[in-house]
Design a protein around this ligand. Structure first.
Ligand code: UDP
Length: 315
């Protein structure tokens, strides 16, 4: 199923929208692939399959989805993959904070050079919109809640730095070359296919595997810290609304607009808790101000945290 370097042209009619998704085999990317194919897009996934999985995409037919195994931080000329595309969703990146502190160069290469290669490629072809997955980590330890796009940038670790440089590149290309780029600052995304295997999995990923293995839920610190959790279905619906909108050259927060404590998340999962040491450098609270995206894109999240976790546990 994986085609190296060469993409066969989709044989379909010229009016079918075509989307490129870098990192399309990962958690968020594969959920986006499902939705885009569902609404009639032809999709090309570019993924290096380091954290992405073929199994996340196995349900799709070749006529709807092409998969290219490529490392975008090495692929110098990405334009050839972008030809004929209407939309590019650039989601490929290395995630997580602690590994980024241990290996900043690797993060720089993947997240900064990777993004540079994507915008360079996109600049050479005519697309309708390029969406960049930025990160709420750019706010560091915010002073005001909910935090708006105008709040102070406070970069605390290499992951935040590299994702923010990526955003700067995407936005500078938008203004310098009149590109239709949008940056979305993702808050804490959860849902089906969330990574549950790695040492540094997100809290929900850990809780899913702990619950499955009948282990206590590891709660960091006193568990009173809060995060803005957005269900991947809500996030994907925002991405689709953004490409359908006229908005270009803008930055939007993308979260639920609500904050939930880790203790509440643990309660919703149910079962025993085990308190583990506080992680230095982590923000105590995080909550997105989503007024801008609600107003300009006419989107709003629909899935409550109670409903979202219930859905996760049913699987
Ligand atoms: N967390 C937790 N237990 C875990 C993993 C994380 O209590 O097993 C906490 C973590 O300390 C943080 C919150 O959950 O306060 C969200 O952590 P995650 O790594 O999911 O996202 P981020 O810190 O990047 O917002």
């Amino acid at each position: 199923m994986i085609e190296k370097l060469k993409i066969k042209k989709f044989s379909n009619n010229v009016n079918t929208p075509k989307s490129i998704i870098t990192g399309g085999a990962g958690f968020i990317g594969s959920n986006l692939v499902d939705h885009l194919i569902n609404i009639g897009h032809k999709v090309v996934v570019l993924d290096n399959f380091v954290s992405g999985k073929k199994s996340n995409l196995a349900q799709h037919k070749k006529k709807d989805l092409k998969i290219v195994k490529i490392d975008i931080s090495k692929g110098k000329n990405l334009a050839k993959y972008f030809k004929g595309a209407d939309y590019i969703f650039h989601l490929a990146a290395l995630a997580q904070i602690i590994p980024s502190i241990k290996n900043p160069k690797k993060y720089y290469k993947n997240n900064v050079i990777g993004t540079l290669n994507v915008v360079e490629g996109a600049k050479k072809v005519k697309i309708k919109k390029l969406i960049y997955a930025a990160s709420a980590s750019c706010y560091g330890t915010p002073k005001s809640f909910p935090t708006s796009e105008k709040d102070k940038i406070d970069l605390r670790h290499p992951y935040a730095v590299t994702k923010f440089i990526g955003e700067e590149i995407v936005m500078r290309y938008a203004s310098m070359f009149n590109m239709p780029n949008i940056s979305l600052r993702f808050f804490n995304v959860y849902g089906p296919r969330l990574d549950i295997l790695s040492q540094y999995s997100a809290v929900m990923g850990n809780f899913i595997s702990q619950k499955k293995n009948k282990k206590p839920l590891t709660v960091v610190g006193d568990g009173k810290q809060t995060r803005d959790f957005i269900h991947v279905d809500d996030l994907v619906s925002a991405l689709v609304k953004v490409i359908q909108s006229k908005s270009v050259n803008k930055i939007y927060n993308l979260g639920s607009g609500k904050r939930t404590s880790i203790n509440t998340i643990a309660k919703l999962f149910g079962g025993k808790k085990k308190f583990i040491p506080f992680r230095p450098g982590e923000p105590k609270n995080s909550q997105a101000n989503i007024l801008k995206i609600k107003k300009e894109i006419n989107w709003k999240p629909k899935i409550s945290i109670e409903e979202g976790i219930k859905k996760l546990l049913k699987r």
